[in-house]
Design a protein around this ligand. Structure first.
Ligand SMILES: Nc1ncnc2c1ncn2[C@@H]1O[C@H](COP(=O)(O)OP(=O)(O)O)[C@@H](O)[C@H]1O
Ligand SMILES: Cc1cn([C@H]2C[C@H](O)[C@@H](COP(=O)(O)O)O2)c(=O)[nH]c1=O
Length: 231
C-alpha cells in the first residue's frame, strides 16, 4: 500500500542526503519517480546535500497543484510510482493535501523531507499539515548535535552573531545577507535554545564546566584527586 512518509528533523541532520539515497534505491529497482524541492540553498530546481551530492529537481511554486501535475503525467502515459519532496516545510497546506490524495487515490508513494519548526519553534504550515496527514513521521537516525554534545532539537537563527526569536519565517540558506544583517542558523538542544546560548555565546561566557566539551582549550580535563594509600 502506498504511503505518505514525512522524514523530519532539525536542519543539517541529513534529510536531503536521505532524499537522494531513497531516490537512488527506488530508481535502481526500476521504479519511476519525480523529485521536487523548494528554495534549496543551492538554488532553483536543484536538490543538494551538504555531503556534496545534488540532482536536478522540479521547483515547487505556490500555485503548483501536485494532483493535476501527476494525473497529467499519467494521462500522457508516464508512470509515476513515487515522489521525493524535499524542503516540504515550505509547501502550502493545500499542496500537502494534494500529496496525501495522490497516495490514497493514485497509489503513489510520497517521501517528504523537511524541518518541522522555524527559528521561533513555531511549526511551518506545510510541516504541520504533514504531521497531521502523514502515515508515518520518521525522525532521522543521524542526530545533529548542539555545541554541548546533546541531541540538537531546535533551529536557532543568528543575525550578526546574535540569536533572534523574531523576524520573517522564511530566510533561505545556511548564511544569507538581508537588510537585517548576516543571517545564519545553528542547531541547539532545547536547554540552550531556551537560554539563547549559541556556541559563540557559550564561548564568550566560558570558562564553565559545561561549555564545549569538544574544545579542550575551553574545557580542561577535570582534576581527579588520587585516593590516599590504603583507602
Ligand atoms: N564533510 C563531511 N563529512 C561527513 N559527513 C558530513 C560532512 N558534511 C556534512 N556531513 C553530514 O551531512 C549531514 C547534512 O546533510 P544534509 O542532507 O545536507 O542535511 P539536511 O538536508 O538535513 O540539512 C550532516 O549532519 C553530516 O552528518
Ligand atoms: C529554521 C529556519 C530555516 N529556514 C530555512 C533555512 C534553510 O534554507 C532551510 C532548511 O534547510 P535544511 O536542508 O533543513 O538545512 O530552511 C527558514 O527559512 N526559516 C527558519 O526559521
Amino acid at each position: 500500500m502506498a504511503e505518505l512518509v514525512f522524514f523530519s528533523g532539525t536542519m543539517d541532520c541529513g534529510k536531503s542526503t536521505l532524499a537522494l539515497q531513497m531516490d537512488h534505491n527506488h530508481a535502481a529497482r526500476g521504479r519511476r519517480g519525480l523529485i521536487f524541492t523548494k528554495h534549496d540553498r543551492a538554488g532553483e530546481s536543484v536538490l543538494s546535500s551538504r555531503l556534496g551530492l545534488s540532482t536536478s529537481a522540479l521547483e515547487v511554486e505556490d500555485d503548483l497543484d501536485f494532483w493535476d501535475a501527476i494525473v497529467g503525467q499519467a494521462t500522457n502515459g508516464l508512470r509515476v510510482d513515487y515522489l521525493i519532496c524535499d524542503e516540504a516545510q515550505f509547501y502550502t497546506p493545500e499542496q500537502v493535501e494534494q500529496l496525501a490524495r495522490l497516495v490514497d487515490e493514485m497509489g503513489v508513494d510520497v517521501y517528504a523531507f523537511g524541518i518541522t519548526a522555524d527559528f521561533r519553534t513555531a511549526l511551518f504550515p506545510g510541516s504541520r499539515r504533514m504531521i497531521e496527514l502523514a502515515d508515518r513521521v520518521q525522525v532521522l537516525q543521524v542526530e545533529a548535535l548542539c555545541w554541548c554534545g546533546q541531541r540538537a532539537t531546535h533551529n536557532a537563527r543568528v543575525i550578526d552573531g546574535v540569536m533572534v526569536v523574531e523576524g520573517e519565517q522564511v530566510v533561505v540558506g545556511d548564511t544569507a545577507s538581508t537588510d537585517a544583517g548576516v543571517v545564519e542558523y545553528e542547531v541547539l538542544c532545547r536547554r540552550h535554545y531556551m537560554r539563547r546560548m549559541t556556541s559563540a555565546a557559550a564561548r564568550a561566557a566560558s570558562p564553565s564546566a559545561e561549555v564545549l566539551p569538544f574544545d579542550l582549550d575551553l574545557c580542561p580535563l577535570p582534576v581527579v584527586p588520587t585516593p590516599a594509600r590504603g583507602a
